[in-house]
Design a protein around this ligand. Sequence first.
Ligand code: HEC
Length: 184
Amino acid sequence: MYKKLTITLFAAIISLPVLASDDVTEARALIKQFGSTLKGQLVGAMKEGGPVKALKFCNVRAPGIASDTAASSGWEVGRTSLKIRSKENAPDAWELGVLEQFESKKASGADPAKLDFSEVVESNGKKIFRYMKAIPTEKACLKCHAAKVSPEVEAELKELYPDDKARGFKEGDIRGAFSLSKPL
Ligand code: HEC
């Protein structure tokens, strides 16, 4: 009896971190899938019709790709930022805290490509696993997220996103983050 209890307790203790890391592994795999679909289609649209076509693509398809990834996995999947383009991507309080934490880690020398954070939070009495991974700004992103963009892109952005805040980025900046969550 004593032995069985000890084994049960031991199993419960060691299974906790294992469970958490399974969720992180799953979240990272989803980000890979979501990120590469987004990037693949963005590059395709760029090649086909330049940045204006790609911009329209992002406007229409980026939220859809996020919800497709979510629907097939049971997770909520999205992107957010301290400087958002689409209001739909505005951070909630938890995301805001994590984004600020990423910025301060980067300021003390951390590589943005390696910044991530996970936590189990409670919402309405339910436990939710939440995970965020920073998205570094690459050269290809500057066509639509730099301070200076082509006049055509500028005009299109004005029309689609009159309140656009997602400008002024440089290579290596944290553009934003993937944000995923799953009820436990
Ligand atoms: C062709 C123009 C274009 C390029 C190039 C581009 N983006 Fe965007 N980006 C957009 C548009 C449009 C949105 C808003 C999409 C939406 O409604 O979700 C957006 C939104 C985002 C968001 C979501 C947060 C927000 O501001 O709404 C992130 C994060 C992001 N882009 C990162 C990147 C990164 C990283 C790159 C380079 C790998 C990149 N973008 C390249 C046009 C572009």
